[in-house]
Design a protein around this ligand. Structure first.
Ligand code: HEM
Length: 401
């Protein structure tokens, strides 16, 4: 296929959707598409291989600069975030952070996640309706990451808005000077608060993730003060907006599949599959950027150094060649893993936390809220970066508890 015959996808069109017929047709015609920025990989096998290709580096720092944000506190922090490092620096930092961020530390918080979900639902269940994002999603993942890190309860209120503002770093909205100023104000406020908590934990260690990060060590190597600070801010940011939006998309999905909602209430053992099925069909992150550090060839096509590649997780997740025509179904074991947590060296470090939180939340919600339905039209974040509803009005019946 000549390059000019390769399908074109305008990923900057405000109406662009990863689950559109255009993307489906492009995927059927070709493993990749041209985009206004470079190229996008669309099929499962190609996304899988390219995610692991060391010649393709993380492109989120470059994307921010492409959107006109080239200096200032946001760039200073973002350039040093784990996500934006590559090579030996990334390996070292990831190892140290992963030493503290362990599955047992997450598993033991399951009762806390469930109790938090119950508490949030108590506040609105009897009314028969809610705006789900404000009533539940804004608060729930934030409580989870704060509990894990050891952020004191009285400091958490501010975190909610700050973390959501930081999530806009992936959005085209970041180019708007007012939005950028809002994000920077939130970053500085979050930063100050994290500095205080780090100082407190140095004086008085506790059984929490911040203390574990302070103590994380490998062959005498430890996180510097700046690395600690950057990564704790990074975890609050990464651990909030993604899960928050993924939950919103999940609830929206279940309004369309009421029989599956009822089934989840009866069969909590389906929670792990429900979470992965939501992430497969309705991902909050539809694609992630990569930049070629050197010229490379894939499937006989040569790409120049500096080429920008979008790895379209949301397209790979529904690739007919792997999954067939698989409609949303939480009871079916799929032939391959969904990719919304990415892959390769940057694969989501928080995926076990996100999974545990969403599993507990969905089962608790399904067992308390009967027949969820839309109670008005949702409103939406722009269709790039982290996507999801900004408002999700729901109505429901109450189940006997
Ligand atoms: C539904 C929820 C989530 C989704 C969809 C998600 C998705 C992703 C994806 C796709 C990546 C890889 C990006 C790339 O390769 O360019 C990533 C990386 C990362 N995620 Fe998540 N994430 C979620 C929740 C979380 C949570 C709860 C945390 C932690 C508190 C977290 C922390 C991180 C970190 C630190 C990285 C960077 C890892 C690295 O570069 O080595 N994420 N996430």
């Amino acid at each position: 296929m000549q390059v000019n015959e390769v399908p074109f996808l305008n990923i900057f069109d405000p109406h662009f959707r990863i689950d559109s017929d255009d993307v489906r047709a492009a995927r059927a015609a070709s493993w990749y598409a041209r985009t206004p920025l470079g190229y996008s990989a669309l099929r499962y096998e190609d996304v899988l291989v390219l995610l692991r290709d060391p010649r393709l580096h993380q492109g989120s720092a470059a994307m921010l600069k492409l959107r006109g944000v080239k200096d200032g506190p946001l760039v200073g922090w973002w350039d040093k975030a784990l996500l934006n490092m590559d090579g030996a620096d990334h390996t070292r930092l990831r190892r140290l952070v992963a030493k503290a961020f362990t599955p047992p530390a997450i598993e033991r918080l399951r009762p806390y996640f469930k109790a938090t979900a119950e508490r949030l639902i108590d506040a609105f269940a009897a009314s028969g309706h809610c705006e789900f994002m404000t009533a539940f999603s804004d608060r729930y993942p934030l409580e989870g990451i704060c509990e894990l890190l050891g952020i004191p309860v009285e400091k958490r209120d501010g975190f909610c808005g700050w973390a959501s503002d930081l999530g806009l770093i992936f959005s085209p909205l970041v180019a708007d000077p007012q939005v950028r100023a809002r994000i920077e104000t939130s970053l500085l406020a979050l930063s100050d608060c994290v500095k205080d908590v780090l100082a407190e934990r140095r004086r008085e260690p506790k059984d929490d993730l911040i203390t574990a990060l302070l103590q994380a060590e490998e062959d005498g190597d430890r996180l510097s003060e700046e690395e600690l600070h950057t990564n704790v801010v990074g975890l609050v940011f990464a651990g909030n907006d993604t899960t928050r939006n993924q939950l919103g998309l999940g609830l929206l999905a279940f309004t369309r599949f009421p029989e599956q909602w009822a089934l989840l209430a009866e069969r909590p053992d389906l929670a792990p599959r429900a979470v992965d099925e939501i992430m497969r069909k309705f991902p909050t992150i539809s694609g992630i950027p990569r930049i070629a550090t050197e010229a490379f060839e894939h499937r006989g096509v040569r790409f120049k150094a500096g080429t920008v590649f979008g790895l379209m997780l949301g397209s790979a997740n529904v690739d007919e060649a792997v999954f067939g025509e698989a409609p949303f179904d939480i009871t079916v074991e799929r032939p391959a893993a969904q990719m919304t947590f990415g892959g390769g060296i940057h694969r989501c470090l928080g995926m076990w936390l996100a999974r545990a939180e969403m599993q507990e939340a969905l089962v608790t919600l399904a067992q308390r809220l009967d027949r969820i339905e839309l109670d008005g039209a949702p409103s939406w974040l722009p269709g790039q970066g982290i996507v999801g509803p900004t408002a999700l009005p729901l109505r429901f019946g109450a189940r006997a508890v």
